[in-house]
Unconditional design. Sequence first.
Length: 128
Amino acid sequence: MARKRIDPAKLKRGPIRHEELPLSLVARINYLRSTLHEVHPMSMEEWLDGFQRDMNPESEVQWWERLTRWYRGYSDTRELSFEQKNALFSVLFRIGMGLDDQALATDLAKLPEGALEEILALAGERIQ
């Protein structure tokens, strides 16, 4: 099945589905925000807004928590430049979204040799 590219400018935000999120979920979201801020700089309000629009914010938070564990599992054991950390985040995000586009190869080229194999070994499964 061929993938269809959608112009991001034509995307519209979904409605707020959850006016309030449980405090325990907000705390987990705050951890994600603070841990990933260097490579995914968004305010807490932006993070919360996104999860409030999700049909199932709990499962989305779990997805982000897995991505964050693997990000830290790889980046915390290496001296990576800012550019490499951004490439790592992009690789993890793209794999998690099921993308195998050219940008994945471009970002992998910025990481140390064997990075993809190590990242997948850390995960032990696909991010999805």
